[in-house]
Ligand binder design. Structure first.
Ligand code: SAM
Length: 280
């Protein structure tokens, strides 16, 4: 790996599972849509694509990332969009693209790019997209998720970064939270309603009796509130229970969400998530 012009991410067991889940879904997706004829155009959009290669912590060996996996799916997608901020990673993606003309690689912030691209994936134009939004933390703008939900053409896998949220936003001492972290949370969640979802009044007076004590909710409650937003505010018809993805100490790093307008997609993902949950 020393020949790579960047330090590859070392990924743990759960990230490998995520890659496996998205790739398997991609196979099912293009197979199902292919049966509907060539007029229907299938897009694969990877909003936080990485370089297409990582190092597996488990084996110490290189392992394909999500863009490389999407490119090997058969039947193939018609168009691919890979977006990453890191220019060394997108430079490597040029190698992964290997001259294919139907692959767009963009270096920069995914948010403005997707706000322009997604509205072009119109139902009436026979376009559909599988979109992977896999940030490290709160780097995604709610508007991207809202547009995806409204379109009814997007199947979305989303990494909900609960570890970043807990560490930086939902801190025990709320006076220590940096304004920029609150800003990142507002942008990801879409408004400030996360406060009500994350803290509920305990019914007890606090030390300062003019302000009732607030209890921080646990991870499943916060993920459930976000799931409800994806359904009720973004407008995704189907949002299966997300899959908690853990680190080696069994702490939840993020929740893998799937959201779609498509009932077949829901069934496949619910089945898949159930199997992975049983393997925990
Ligand atoms: C978790 S990694 C992606 C891994 C990849 N999806 C995979 O499974 O192979 C997150 C990537 O997002 C990129 N990134 C972070 N903020 C970004 C932003 N605002 N826009 C685009 N890319 C961003 C990072 O450079 C990093 O490569």
């Amino acid at each position: 790996m020393s020949d790579l012009p960047f330090q590859p991410d070392e990924i743990g067991y759960w990230s490998e599972l995520k890659l496996e889940i998205v790739e398997k879904y991609g196979h099912g997706y293009t197979n199902a849509f292919n049966k509907l004829g060539a007029r229907l155009k299938k897009y694969y959009i990877d909003g936080f694509s990485g370089a297409g290669i990582h190092l597996s912590k488990r084996t110490g060996e290189p392992i394909d990332g999500s863009p490389a996996r999407a490119l090997r799916i058969t039947p193939p997608f018609n168009y691919f969009h890979f977006i990453d901020m890191n220019a060394d990673k997108t430079a490597y993606l040029e190698k992964v693209r290997d001259g294919r003309a139907n692959v767009e690689i963009h270096t920069g912030d995914t948010n403005p790019y997707l706000k322009q691209l997604l509205p072009t994936i119109k139902y009436g134009d026979y376009k559909r997209a599988l979109c992977l939004l896999d940030p490290y933390g709160l780097d995604l703008d709610w508007e991207v998720m809202r547009i995806s939900g409204q379109l009814k053409t997007v199947d979305m896998f989303l990494n909900f970064p609960i570890m970043d949220i807990n560490r930086n936003v939902l801190r025990h001492d709320r006076s220590k939270v940096a304004p920029e972290d609150i800003e990142r949370m507002n942008r990801f969640w879409g408004d400030e309603s996360w406060r009500a979802a994350a803290y509920v009044e305990s019914g007890q007076a606090s030390m300062f009796d003019f302000e009732p004590e607030k209890l921080k909710q646990d991870n499943p409650a916060i993920a459930a509130a976000f799931r409800e937003r994806l359904q009720k505010v973004a407008g995704f018809k189907y949002v299966p229970q997300p899959l908690p993805m853990r680190n080696k100490n069994n702490a939840v790093l993020y929740y893998l969400f799937f959201a779609s307008a498509n009932d077949t997609g829901r069934k496949i993902v619910e089945d898949t998530f159930k199997r992975y949950r049983l393997n925990i």
